[in-house]
Design a protein around this ligand. Sequence first.
Ligand code: GAR
Length: 194
Amino acid sequence: MTKIAVLISGRGTNMKAIGRAVLDGRLKAGLVFVASDAPHASGLALAEKMGFPTEILPYNSRGRSAGEAAIDHLCRSYRAEWIILAGFMRILSPEFVRSHKNRIVNIHPSLLPSFPGKDGIGDAWRRGVKITGVTVHLVDEGVDSGPILAQKAVSVRPGDDMASLEKKIHRAEHALYWKTLAGLFSGTLSPERR
Ligand code: GAR
């Protein structure tokens, strides 16, 4: 069974959707640990409640290279084959990405390559787009620039506000992420670069 590690920084609702899919067998994978760079991330308590091992990465106390060394160490000890970023708000170093080439997946709340960065939903909202969405992609050495695995469009309707748009985006994320991972692990889905 494919072993995955999930990295979070906050609420962990994407981790929860993936974790549920693992627990009820829709996603044939083992979620071997959930780790956060933010010691008080509420997603950690959620992961614990779901029965997954949790770990804190020492980014705040010891910086990025110690944080990444900790991820490496944990992946080796838990034998994680894939690193799944689910609202992990740190930029991974090019060296780290190279050493886990095509083994790191991210979800981003916009239709990349539009609106990369920390606030994909807010940036799209302020730009006044009528269609935005969600992207799942492999992580490369750039920011939100890796090969796209899957996307789902979300319409901005008259009457929407930031809060309702956020809700729709998150709903789309929770439906798309585990399915994309299932396709990736079973070999039925691969990134296309043309
Ligand atoms: C999600 O919307 C995810 O797409 C976004 O952070 C949120 C985390 O929510 N990630 C990024 O913006 C990465 N650039 P969650 O903690 O509830 O899963």
